[in-house]
Design a protein around this ligand. Structure first.
Ligand SMILES: NC(=O)c1ccc[n+]([C@@H]2O[C@H](COP(=O)([O-])OP(=O)(O)OC[C@H]3O[C@@H](n4cnc5c(N)ncnc54)[C@H](OP(=O)(O)O)[C@@H]3O)[C@@H](O)[C@H]2O)c1
Length: 274
């Protein structure tokens, strides 16, 4: 079967592509800019298409029997509004099974997927461990992370584990009609994560909590757009309790425990070294 991976040029998608190839699947990678898509393996077919413009997806879906679909696009993670059209095209193309990255319960896309008649599984990852790479520059430089909402705990998940879940569901099936919240093995605060990076790199790294106004001032000075600043502050101020919940999804689907943040850091420690 050919599997179409959307988001294949992104952090998670690259892992999904790799896992599917390892499982012996033919993989097609969707990107809006095929000429700029570098670093994908040679045997992966790269095709152009934009999920927000379904008419561009016909070639990408042709001959595909399984699909990994982004549930949101853009910097603000806006939910995909073209679910009904994409589901209709997928069914017509012969797609039988799909994983859909979920960004919450409900919404147009979820409805369209549930009504599609296809074998669907929603994959709802808690925040990726790789989001901490956003600290890499300040850790390499001033060795200090400055952020608001120091108390927020998230059961962050290694994106490679999410990819293992996606690839296992797509290749083996068995989780149809389920919504899998995919977490790591522990709920950590930003300060816990900074401490783990300090331990892995053998460096002293400070964590300083900012007020909202201090964060606004500092992020503005770094050139963040106003809407990006307010999006971040709102997101962190309203983080639901559920993001701290550890789930058994990785173990249930892949058959082994999820990787710890310490394991993730050990594999990425160089990014945090000067
Ligand atoms: N980061 C997290 O903590 C987290 C947590 C839960 C869920 N998620 C979700 O997981 C998904 C993947 O995250 P990531 O960090 O791997 O993403 P990423 O590295 O930011 O990459 C984004 C990917 O989305 C593709 N894309 C964006 N808009 C598109 C469009 N209109 N049509 C087709 N492709 C489009 C991009 O492809 P091209 O630029 O090549 O077209 C790229 O491959 C995101 O949808 C995100 O909402 C992330």
């Amino acid at each position: 079967m050919t599997v179409l991976v959307t988001g294949a040029t992104g952090t998670l998608g690259r892992h999904v592509v790799e896992r599917l190839r390892r499982a012996g699947q033919a993989v097609r990678a969707l990107t809006r800019t095929p000429d700029e898509a570098t670093g994908l393996p040679d045997d992966v077919e790269v095709v152009g298409g934009d999920l927000t413009e379904p008419h561009t997806l016909a070639a990408a879906l042709h001959g595909v029997s399984a699909l990994h679909l982004l549930g949101a696009t853009g910097h603000d993670h806006a939910p995909l509004r073209t679910g009904p059209q994409i589901m209709a095209m997928a069914a017509e193309a012969g797609v039988r099974r799909l994983t859909v990255l979920s960004v919450g319960e409900g919404g147009e896309l979820q409805e369209a997927v549930r009504d599609s008649g296809l074998e669907w599984t929603f994959i709802w990852p808690i925040d990726f461990m790789s989001n901490t790479l956003g600290w890499a520059e300040v850790i390499r430089g001033a060795a200090e992370v400055r952020e608001p909402y120091a108390h927020r705990r998230t059961a962050s998940v290694d994106e490679a584990d999410v990819a293992d879940v996606v690839a296992t569901v797509l290749t083996r099936g068995g989780h149809a009609g389920r919504s899998l919240v995919v977490s790591g093995p522990e709920a950590l605060t930003p300060a816990d994560k900074v401490a783990a990076i300090a331990a892995a790199t053998g460096r002293e790294i400070r964590f300083t909590e900012l007020t909202d106004d201090q964060a606004r001032r500092e992020w503005r000075a770094e050139g963040w757009p106003e809407e990006g600043i307010e999006f971040m502050l709102h997101m962190w101020a309203t983080v639901p309790e559920t993001v701290a919940a550890v789930t058994s999804a990785v173990e249930d689907v892949v058959g082994r425990p999820p990787r710890t943040f310490a394991q993730w850091v050990a594999a990425h420690a160089d990014a945090f070294r000067p």
